[in-house]
Design a protein around this ligand. Structure first.
Ligand code: DQA
Length: 142
C-alpha cells in the first residue's frame, strides 16, 4: 500500500508559527513521524507540502493510479477550496483529513471544511500524532 501525505500552506512553518496553537514540533518532526509510522505499519509513504492551491490540486491529480490513499491537511485551504475538494473527487481515492489544532474550538470561519465533504474521516486536535492515526486508518482498511 502506498499513501501520499499532502500538507497545505504554512505547515512548513510548524514549530515557528503560533506554537501555542500548533505546538513546538517542527515540519521536519512531522515528516519523521509520518515516515516512521508508515514503516511500522509496513506501508509506503510520500510526504508533500505546498503553499500553493494549484500545486496541491496537481499533487492530488498525480496520485491517480499511483497511490492507494491520501492523508491531507489542506491548512487554510480547508475552509475555502472547492478546487481541492474537486481534485479529491476526481481521483476517487480513500482520503483522511488531518488538523493539528482543535479546529472545533477555534474561529467560526474554521468550522467549514470543503475537503471534509469528501474525506472518509477527519482527525482533529491530536497534534502531529493525528497523521499517525490517519495512516493507521488507511492501512487497516483493506
Ligand atoms: C490547520 C487548521 C487550519 O484552520 C489552519 O488554517 C492551518 C492548520 C491545523 O492543522 O490545525 O493552517 O489545518
Amino acid at each position: 500500500m502506498k499513501i501520499k501525505v499532502i500538507n497545505g500552506p504554512n505547515l512548513n512553518m510548524l514549530g515557528i508559527r503560533e506554537p501555542e496553537i500548533y505546538g513546538k514540533t517542527t515540519y521536519k518532526d512531522l515528516v519523521k513521524l509520518v515516515k516512521e509510522s508508515a514503516k511500522s505499519l509496513g506501508i509506503k509513504v510520500k510526504v508533500y507540502q505546498s503553499n500553493n492551491e494549484g500545486e496541491i490540486v496537481s499533487a492530488i491529480q498525480k496520485c491517480y493510479g499511483k497511490f492507494d490513499g491520501i492523508v491531507i491537511n489542506p491548512a487554510g485551504y480547508t475552509h475555502t477550496s472547492v478546487a481541492i475538494l474537486d481534485a479529491l473527487k476526481s481521483v476517487s481515492l480513500p482520503a483522511v483529513e488531518v488538523h493539528i489544532s482543535k479546529v472545533d474550538e477555534r474561529e467560526d470561519f474554521r468550522q467549514i471544511s470543503y475537503v471534509g465533504k469528501y474525506c472518509e474521516k477527519t482527525i482533529k486536535g491530536l497534534g502531529i500524532d493525528g497523521y499517525k492515526k490517519a495512516l493507521e486508518y488507511l492501512a487497516n482498511k483493506k
